[in-house]
Design a protein around this ligand. Structure first.
Ligand code: KG4
Ligand code: ZN
Length: 413
């Protein structure tokens, strides 16, 4: 089941807030407001949410086009762009919400994991802000925020299984509570979004008239619609490893070798758009989807064997930038339908990085009184930070073999 924009439209109505704005430090009250700030990678985002999850106002500055032109994210450039935009983005989110800093109950900011230089800007700004306005501070784990976003839009209750796939991460976890995760699998090398971005760059998709402003993943999804995936039967990674970890580096190599071969066959230099670009895109997308689906299937079986999910209405949440991909969503639907889980995906806008998901994570923590700090506590950013308790070794030891599943393959790719 896909969450639709329609369901959140009423929440986007602006409201004027006139209530006591005394810092609450986690005590229960109605209509508390949280400002969320995101700068962990290449998006400067801010949003104000109320305690029900209503989005009062948001603002996002994406650096995507700058990094597309330079062929990847250069951390110093990302930092400079965050520095130039953060004040305006936060100001815009507050103005659009008709909320003053004094009316906020807390400020939630991504402090881990992510690019050090990017995290530093959001954290420095936030610590100055909370001290100036005497507000509680809620440090946020970026992947926890991706995992919880679905709960802002739909009543997804704990525990649920979550697959998070983005430019920097690939992980499967059981979310048992706001700050309670069991890590079933993670990537051993690069993330699926990184692999898609690298393939898109190697194919020079920025030169394609339809793709010049799209991220690698978006470009591959678009071109795959007119491609024949069967022309390039790439091998799904880790077929003989019966755990829930991921690997995309080998697949990236396979695809690069194929591209080199096709360039030689077509007699063109690297940097020229290949005639078979749609077919390579379709095969790449399919193999990524298939790898994600297989590891997720095994994670579901592991959870069932170990009673980690409720027997009534178990759920899978799919989020992170790569989860915007409709083909990947469809393939995962085959797995959830076969295993009796309900699939929840936030709309693409909230799968990629944004301030709303950070504010929502702040709301969830505020409601439970978890991880709320007074303004003067010094907080450090952490570029590397695993999510939850790592039980990947137990998953591997279980060595669950998968039954075959008829994948739902969308006809346009
Ligand atoms: O979550 P996100 O905005 O940032 C990170 O935390 O990494 O994810 C960005 C990643 C990029 O690698 C981008 O190519 C990928 O998400 N992406 C997609 C799609 N839209 C964005 N991948 C596949 N299909 C898409 N439609
Ligand atoms: Zn992300």
């Amino acid at each position: 089941m896909f969450l639709t924009q329609v369901k959140i439209l009423p929440r986007l109505l602006r409201r004027k807030h006139t209530f006591d704005s005394t810092p609450l430090f986690g005590k229960a009250s109605f209509s508390r407001l949280v400002l969320g700030i995101e700068t962990s990678c290449d998006d400067t985002g801010a949003a104000v949410l109320d305690e029900t999850g209503a989005i009062l106002g948001e603002s996002l500055h994406s650096q995507k086009e700058v990094h597309l032109r330079s062929g990847g994210i250069i951390p110093t450039v990302a930092q400079q762009l965050h520095r130039e935009n953060i004040e305006r983005v936060v100001q815009e989110a507050l103005e659009r919400s008709c909320v003053t800093p004094g009316q906020l109950s807390a400020v939630a900011t991504t402090v881990k994991p992510g690019l050090a230089l990017s995290l530093a800007i959001g954290l420095e700004f936030s610590q100055r802000f909370v001290r100036q306005h005497n507000k509680p501070f809620i440090p946020i784990h970026h992947m926890e925020a991706h995992a919880l976003t679905a709960r802002m839009l739909q009543p997804v209750s704990f525990p649920f299984l979550v697959l998070l796939v983005s430019g920097g991460h690939s992980l499967l976890a059981v979310a048992r509570g706001v700050d309670d995760f069991l890590l079933l699998g993670h990537t051993l090398d690069i993330a699926p979004g990184d692999a898609l971005d690298k393939v898109a760059r190697r194919l020079s998709l920025i030169k394609h008239p339809q793709c010049s402003t799209l991220s690698g993943g978006q470009a591959i999804e678009l071109l795959a619609k007119d491609g024949d995936r069967t022309l390039f039967p790439f091998k799904t990674p880790m077929g003989q490893t019966y755990d829930c970890c991921f690997s995309f580096a080998g697949l990236h190599n396979q695809i690069t070798l194929t591209i080199k071969k096709k360039e030689a066959e077509e007699g063109v230099e690297q940097g020229t758009l290949l005639r078979c670009v749609n077919d390579i895109a379709a095969a790449t997308q399919h193999t990524v989807a298939s790898h994600l689906a297989k590891r997720t299937h095994r994670a579901i079986l592991f959870c069932k064997t170990n009673n980690l999910l409720p027997s009534n209405n178990p759920s899978l949440v799919l989020s992170g930038g790569v989860a915007s991909n409709q083909y990947i969503r469809k393939v995962l639907t085959s797995i959830t339908e076969t295993t009796g889980l309900q699939l929840f995906c936030p709309p693409p806008k909230y799968c990629t990085d944004n301030g709303v998901m950070i504010a929502w994570n702040g709301v969830e923590r505020l409601r439970e009184g978890k991880g709320i700090l007074p303004p003067h506590v010094d907080v450090r950013y952490e570029p590397k930070a695993p999510l939850g308790v790592d039980i990947t070794a137990e998953v591997k030891a279980a060595a669950i073999k998968l039954p075959s599943v008829r994948m739902k393959i969308p006809t346009d790719g």
